[in-house]
Design a protein around this ligand. Structure first.
Ligand code: 9MR
Length: 432
């Protein structure tokens, strides 16, 4: 990692609720309306929801059927029958993933690979007001993570009162485009509403956490089959993942200790026994102190029988996070998958601000890191954290050192044209 001012690094993931949204027109948009109260669990459906429960048939850990069937969830999503295709599918055997012979979109390359691999993007409500954004997002991706609209502050702004409109807008758009959705995120120290930040005491915190998980998973049950149950529970001295790894102080950890993790996953499992349940974090992408700590933490969960299905490696490369070469990423993903878990690159972008990552380095990172996931059948998908450079969260956030310039971090430029980064990702998906 090249040197980055520590003060900027420290501001990074510690911002409580005031982290600025990255712009674009009306990021928080979407079908508004605050509705529902505690106990309201009815999904509002939406186009294509009827068959969304169809589960991907790939994915049994350890089954070496990867060359034969091609029946993973992403493939079923491609068939035009509506619904989001359940499960992440295709995470099965140890045999190498077989690339498509050719493809005209990333989505197609992912769907035709054997086993299939999900190609995801963080989607914002504001983005869906733009036709070019929608066109590129749906053509190139099979997997959606709401960038902000499914976080606690958005969904439960007041205790026990839920606001589904903006999230429903994204989820229903995804389902109508035969895309799967990952719910992001149920339990996180950040983007909590004020009332939740000020909770204290084990009973109060457990009650609030339980109510939130149950209501949110209940509302989206027919449309969302994978959840980030806990996000970013681990801290190091540097946001590059180096130095003194430890559990992060938070409302949840402070009241419940490390056991809040197990509890959150157990509540989630009770609410939806068929959902895939993930732990997600940044700067655990390669081999470093934080990745080692999270590895031991997750290993302990697996050994205790905690219902965890996968780990998301955010993969924010370049300032302010770690840089990670393809070989290190491959080794790291492999050791987590050897625990019997799915792995996922969950928030990839490569920030070029301050010239800390050159254009050539960025292309190599994109190719080699996507290749590392592609070559591991249990790496079920790659989600990019946004569609186009102009809307990247990095542009407007001081920690990214962009000083008002574009982070040039994604696969499409401001006119929604493919960049060279896109071509490198496509190469890696086609085994080139
Ligand atoms: O991209 C999101 C940005 O718009 C928000 O302002 C920010 C606030 O915390 O969160 C960003 O998304 C984060 C994600 O939810 C979790 N991992 C880190 C991402 C970038 O900060």
């Amino acid at each position: 990692m090249r040197s980055v001012p520590l003060t900027l690094l420290l501001s990074a993931f510690l911002c409580a609720t005031g982290c600025s949204d990255s712009g674009g027109e009306g990021e928080t948009g979407g079908a508004g309306a605050t509705s529902g109260t505690a106990g309201t669990t009815s999904g509002t459906g939406g186009a294509g929801t009827t068959s969304s429960v169809t589960s991907g048939t790939g994915g049994a850990p350890g089954v070496t059927s990867s060359v034969a069937s091609g029946t993973g969830g992403a493939t079923s999503a491609a068939s035009g029958t509506g619904g989001a295709g359940g499960g992440t599918g295709g995470a099965g055997g140890e045999e190498a993933r077989v690339p498509a012979a050719s493809a005209s979109t990333l989505r197609e390359a992912g769907e035709k690979a054997n086993p299939p691999i999900l190609i995801g993007a963080a989607i914002s409500g504001g983005g869906l007001n733009n036709n070019d954004y929608k066109r590129v997002a749906a053509a190139e991706h099979s997997y959606v993570t709401a960038e902000n609209e499914m976080k606690w502050d958005a969904l439960e702004p007041n205790a026990g009162q839920f606001s589904w409109g903006a999230a429903d807008n994204i989820v229903n758009w995804a389902v109508s485009n035969r895309m799967q959705v990952k719910g992001h995120t149920l339990v996180w120290h950040n983007q909590l509403p004020g009332w939740a930040s000020s909770l204290s005491g084990a009973a109060q915190v457990e009650q609030a956490m339980r109510r939130h998980i149950e209501n949110v998973m209940g509302h989206f049950k027919d449309r969302v089959h994978t959840w980030d149950v806990v996000n970013e529970a681990v801290l190091t001295d540097s946001d590059t993942g180096v130095g003194n790894p430890r559990m992060r102080p938070s409302v949840f950890f402070n009241a419940l200790g490390e056991g809040f993790l197990d509890l959150a996953f157990e509540i989630a499992k009770e609410q939806d026994p068929t959902a895939k349940l993930y732990y997600n974090d940044y700067s655990i992408d390669a081999l470093n102190d934080k990745a080692d700590f999270v590895y031991e933490m997750v290993k302990g969960m697996v050994e205790r029988g905690v219902p965890i299905d996968g780990v998301g490696f955010q993969m924010h490369i370049g300032p302010p996070n770690n840089e990670a070469g393809g070989a290190d990423v491959a080794a790291n993903l492999k050791r987590f998958s050897d625990l019997g878990l799915e792995v996922l690159i969950s928030e990839m972008d490569i920030n070029r601000c301050s010239n800390q990552v050159t254009a050539e380095e960025q292309l190599a990172y994109y190719h080699d890191i996507v290749e590392a996931c592609f070559q591991l059948p249990k790496c079920v998908g790659i989600t990019f954290w946004g569609i186009n450079d102009g809307r990247s969260w990095l542009n407007g956030w001081s920690g990214a050192l962009c000083n008002g310039q574009s982070s040039q971090s994604l696969l499409f430029n401001d006119q929604y044209q493919k960049k060279e980064t896109y071509n490198k990702v496509m190469d890696a998906l086609l085994g080139r």
